[in-house]
Design a protein around this ligand. Sequence first.
Ligand SMILES: [Zn+2]
Length: 104
Amino acid sequence: MSQSATDGWRPLEETVPLEVFKAEVHAWAKRIGVEYGTLTVRPMKHKWASCSSKGNLTFSTELLSQPADFRARTVVHELVHLRVPNHGKLFNALVKSYLSGEGQ
Ligand SMILES: [Zn+2]
């Protein structure tokens, strides 16, 4: 019954472990057909995620304690940026199609 030692407070039971989150990102990248550089999860003050022009991804630590559908939306958003660098019509169409195709 003892709590295992973790160096972070976990307020919600739906918080996913870092490794699970990384596996999610990997699975989405495969589905979308993109390759990213590094994958970093760290505290971010003003946003949930970002991607560099080199394809390196950074996600906020807080994303790990967000609902699964919100996590998916954030991950897909960044990964689609590796194909479409703007927020135009094509970008929105791709994001929508990947998210609505989930579970098929
Ligand atoms: Zn964006």
